[in-house]
Ligand binder design. Structure first.
Ligand code: MTE
Length: 325
């Protein structure tokens, strides 16, 4: 497989690094530099491809892993489990996608340490009976906490199996009380360029944003994780709050969420707006539909480097296939 490497922010020519106020439209700006089209795919590509074969986890990574707090361990929900072994925790915590920090998977854990996650306010807005803000600690007190083991399949054709701690997205929706006009749920990540150097890359439409239909959001699999492996999320996994939708490619599972917005019309999503030819809105795992730059027929399990066949809906067909008939 050809690996297409995205440049680091400091590798980009200075003329590409422009304060947000200085450009009218990102697309117009890139067009003026001749960076839209084929060239932009190579230069500022979306996901960069899996490179697990040469990957070795670093020793210092353990410093970024929180100790279990008093809530832990969460009640195990035995319905969501795996016949395969869990991915090694250190491997999962050192091979990450988090473009707010860097496009280099093995460096995210170091850069994400800069993010301040306390305090963390979440706003719930749009088509709701009453818009509100809630701190993450208060929200956790209201939610039914549990642990679920899920498979996670990145569009780059690598995968992992991890135990998430958190609560169903449905419980947050019940708490938010959307109106009958709500057809979609949009989620948005933080935007803090001084803490997240990758957000200085103006060719990406930061802050990261994702969306689900209400039927997808209410599906029993849709989960909001606040922890992993029996403790709070390390920052590189999206602390303090991230989405997990295991039947979809990993880019839908947005990290560092600060806003939930219920909408009547379908919102855009980060990758679909950036490169619609490569990343769809729905983005369900489907081994029969290749990504333009790589096959989706198989995946490599990180840590063990085993290549296995990819399953329709990542093996969650029984839970979600009815949503797409
Ligand atoms: N969320 C934000 N805010 N920013 C990102 O760059 N990357 C996505 C997703 N959520 C991303 C994100 C992608 S491409 C993947 S595969 C998963 O996070 C990776 O999650 P992990 O690093 O915890 O394994």
């Amino acid at each position: 497989m050809t690996l297409i490497k995205s440049p680091k922010i400091w590798e980009m020519p200075g003329r590409l690094i422009t304060p947000e106020k200085d450009y009218i439209s990102r697309r117009q700006f890139l067009k003026s530099l001749g960076l839209l089209g084929i060239g932009s795919v190579a230069l500022m590509s979306g996901c960069t491809g899996e490179k697990t074969a040469e990957f070795r986890p670093p020793a210092k990574i353990t410093d970024t892993i929180p100790a279990p707090g008093e809530n832990y361990p969460f009640r195990k929900n035995e319905k969501y489990t795996s016949t395969r072994a869990l991915t090694d925790e250190i491997v999962a915590a050192s091979y990450n996608n988090y473009y707010e920090f860097t496009t280099e998977k093995d460096q995210v854990w170091q850069l994400a340490a800069r993010l301040k996650t306390e305090p963390w306010e979440i706003s719930i807005t749009g088509e709701v009976e009453k818009a509100l803000n809630v701190g993450i600690d208060d929200l956790l007190k209201k939610m039914p906490l549990e642990e679920r083991i899920y498979r996670h399949r990145c569009v780059e054709a690598w995968s992992m199996i991890v135990p998430w701690s958190g609560f169903s997205l449905k419980s947050l929706i019940d708490f938010a009380r959307p109106t009958h006009k709500a057809n979609y749920l949009k989620m948005t990540s933080f935007f803090r360029r001084n803490e997240a150097p990758g957000q200085k890359a103006v060719w990406y439409p930061f802050p990261y944003y994702e969306a689900l239909t209400m039927a997808e959001a209410m599906n029993e699999l849709s989960f909001l994780a606040t922890g992993i492996y029996g403790h709070d999320l390390p920052k590189q996994h999206g602390a303090p709050l991230r989405l997990v939708v295991p039947w979809k490619y990993g880019f839908k599972s947005i990290k560092g969420i600060v806003k939930f917005e219920f909408t009547e019309r379908r919102p855009g999503t980060f990758w679909n707006d950036f490169q619609s030819e490569e990343y769809g809105f729905t983005a369900n795992v489907n081994p029969t539909v290749p990504h333009p730059r790589w096959s989706q027929a198989t995946e490599r399990l990180i840590g063990v480097n085993e290549r296995i066949p990819t399953r329709m809906y990542n093996g969650y067909e029984a839970y979600v296939a009815h949503l797409y008939r």
